[in-house]
Design a binder for this molecule. Structure first.
Ligand code: 4FM
Length: 250
């Protein structure tokens, strides 16, 4: 069987933080099976002074330290010397916002995604200028570094690769990849602390179940994320279901 083999690279001053997440659960199995591989490199190995300095004071003053450009350039040029072989991704709140579409774009790109993880206050702007191909944010909040965002992206991209998820768990099957929020899920027992599983799910009527799930997805999307419906093309059935939901709310 032919399958995708996706490589990732990470440059960080906390390689153990990244490796510990990759050493668990589904990503661990995917790495063991050779479906994905993640090269984790320590930025300090590319510092040039005897103290392995990777940060310095900001020109112009202000709080915090700035990461020096030289170690990032040296690491990338040593590890992925061919420009066309790599897609250097910087993680920061200044980037374009990550989404399922961006995950699909990265999985389809033949280049190796290499994540530059910053710490401290910022990375020297000259890294962005001539080394970075793509700047991504995982959302409008501020973290202490780029390691968690890099792992978030690797996680979302990896599960799009055929064979990373089990046979029964397809990445395409879920509601969100279709542009709507997921429907409610239930497992045994049928009654828990007086709360019952919706009767339709026990009916064995697959057409009724499909319709109920669609209705639930539309309901929660309309309530919680109405902006998602603006970019979603509704089928005739979905238009009718939406009208029914809106009538219920009157
Ligand atoms: C990034 C801290 C660079 C320090 C960060 C440096 C973030 C986000 C984020 C924190 N990254 N989406 N939100 N990074 O908060 O991507 Cl030098």
């Amino acid at each position: 069987m032919i399958t995708m083999q996706k490589k990732f690279g990470i440059i960080t001053i906390f390689p153990d933080m990244v490796k510990s997440y990759l050493g668990c659960s589904i990503l661990k199995r995917a790495i063991e099976k050779g479906i994905i591989s993640v090269e984790v490199h320590n930025l300090r190995d590319y510092a040039t002074d005897k103290h392995k300095t990777v940060d310095d004071y900001p020109y112009g003053g202000g709080p915090g330290m700035v990461m020096k450009p030289e170690p990032f350039y040296r690491a990338v040029e040593d590890l992925w010397p061919a420009r066309e072989s790599r897609r250097i991704i910087m993680l920061s709140p200044r980037g374009r916002v990550f989404s399922q579409d961006v995950a699909r774009e990265i999985v389809e790109d033949m280049r190796v995604p290499v994540f530059l993880c910053g710490r401290y206050e910022a990375i020297d702007e000259r890294v962005r200028d001539h080394l970075v191909d793509d700047e991504i944010s995982i959302g409008d909040y501020v973290l202490t570094g780029g390691e968690l965002p890099a792992l978030v992206i690797i996680d979302a991209v990896s599960r799009l690769i055929p064979d990373v998820l089990g046979d029964d768990q397809s990445a395409e099957d879920e509601s969100f990849s279709k542009g709507l929020l997921d429907y409610p899920h239930f497992t045994r027992p049928e009654e828990f602390r007086g709360m019952h599983v919706p009767r339709v799910l026990l009916s064995g009527n697959h057409e009724e179940i499909r319709k109920w799930r669609k209705q639930q997805s539309l309901k929660s999307t309309l309530r919680t994320r109405p902006e998602l419906l603006k970019i979603y093309t509704l089928s005739d059935e979905e238009k009718i279901l939406i009208e029914q939901i809106k009538e219920e709310q009157l």
